[in-house]
Design a protein around this ligand. Sequence first.
Ligand code: PRX
Length: 651
Amino acid sequence: MPNDQVNVKTPSPVKEQTQTDGHDQQLSGDVYYPSPDVTQQARVKDWQAIADFAAQDLRGYWAKEAEELSWFQKWDEVLDDSDKPFFKWFAGAKTNIVYNCLDRYQKTGVQNKLAMVWVGEPGDVRTYSYYALNREVNQFANVLKAMGVKKGDRVTVYMPRIPEIAIAMLACAKIGAIHSVVYGGFSVDALQGRIEDSESRVVVTADGGWMNGKIVELKKTVDDAVRRCPTVETVIVVRRTHHEVKMESGRDYWYHDLMKLPVASGKCQTEVMDANDPLYILYTSGTTGKPKAIQHVHGGYMVGIYSTLKNVFDLRDEDRWWCAADPGWVTGHSYIVYGPLLVGATSFMYEGAPTYPYPNRWWSLIEKYGITILYTAPTAIRGLMRFGESWPNRHDLSSLRLLGTVGEPINPEAWKWYHRVIGKEKCPIMDTWWQTETGMFMITPTPTVPLKPGSGTRPYFGLTAEIVDDQGNPTPTDEEGYLVLTRPWPAMLSTIYRDPERYVRQYWSKYPGKYMTGDSAKRDVDGYYWIIGRVDDVIKVSGYRLGTAEIESALVSHPAVAEAAAIGLPHEIKGQAIYSYCILRAGHSPSPELAEELRQHVGQHMGPIARPEQVTFVEKLPKTRSGKIMRRVLKARAQGLPEGDVTTLEE
Ligand code: PRX
């Protein structure tokens, strides 16, 4: 049945409906119950029954999910937890995620299905069938091999939102190389640090990408970064914008030239990987110091994202799925590149800005391409909401049947606007809480679960979350505490790349046996979880995760700055914005021009998203006696709030 007919019998908010599987009791607060249509159509009809099964038999539940995928060799054990917290899912199994994303569909009807529909910001369109995508991935995998890339080697991918980013990632995975994607919005320092840490010999990039009608000069950034990275031997450049870029002879090669070589054959053997061999690393900001390289593996990761995408977004053959994130972040890795291919879906990708050239760009894309599921971030919703309802109302959005949100807590006002104006009160909103580290959705509804605006409802099948105080004791209902996860899950990070000690220290040492998320949250009387925000030095700007340490080190790399501190403060659209405080070196004096120069400096070094909202010059920074900056105190002062416990303050 075509999707736009699925919900036609659901004219208005269905708040009155209380008949839902596993939820026959009345819930407290502002609750949105699913319509009978949604309940009838949903893949997961009896949420409670599956949750009970997975709670009783964790291994059995995940084995069942894993059996829907292909394995070169079955596992000896679903979960080997003999070396906690280094959990090994599907121990002994052999597979390759790319075999499940592409190979297994060849010579079946699926090869003729669209895997990807892509639209560039200037309006150009490209589509790939499963057949065509497989062929191009094979070709590029052969190119990488010819460049000397072997199993276990790291390849840095720094690209705009174009199909080749997915092709590069899949080609690496196919031959067992580990991709390290760096978000194309990051700049020289961030890129350089990540290339150096991963010791990549090959970088895949593009001449540029389109964003807001302008070219983002990716190749220039690569040139600046690579100049300081001795490991890099080869840079492969996709021609996207066709403007002139410098190509260094013997190091830089055009993608399209390489793909024409005889070596770039359309056939390539998929590497047999151990289920626990690394698939990729992805750098993310943590509490202190440099970003951490989160490592995910082929087997468990594949099962986790397959299961969650299939069940949470209920993907069907006729769907046109649009995850509007950037492939450079985990959301894009799991739910633009790998997840949709694992479930055999048609995925939509758009290169540019949501408001270019007008604020109706997204809505016109939904109408034109018949998007059935839209998954985005609260910051995007708030940003588009600002332009008013008339923009979406000009478009026929009736193809939509489900909506999703991720990246930061969604304020009920934005949730309700999304539900009413975009979803026309018939599309349940899947608020999915998860992290780079978790790899997959963790706290999330499925379509039949009654929703409360601002809550991701309850943990996914097989998962348990607790809210604890400083000592690790569970907090009472409705009381804020630290969010911890108490059972392993297949898509969990396997370690921090080449730093297993930091992995243990960072996630498993504060509450032994429990994974510390770094978030604070509370749980209500119905067992629904409400995420409050980060409790560490991570700032979420427009859903992007940035570390105070990285921003501060960009600031002190400016000759005028002696010391710097960065904090996140609430922002109406971005969720949080960066505020920074600088102590100047002798011989430099505060001025609005210098403040602006420092903002731009951070932008150039880290990327535009890290540019502080405000730079304030100070004589001193609040520090502990051991010299640690007390960002908590700065935050409280900036908001005129009580400073809390300051007994450790220096003076
Ligand atoms: O604070 C939580 C917030 O994003 C953090 C993870 O960021 P990152 O690793 O960049 O991954 C983002 C995309 C998965 C979490 O610790 N967060 C993510 N999703 C939500 C959220 N906060 C509230 N609600 C969400 N749905």
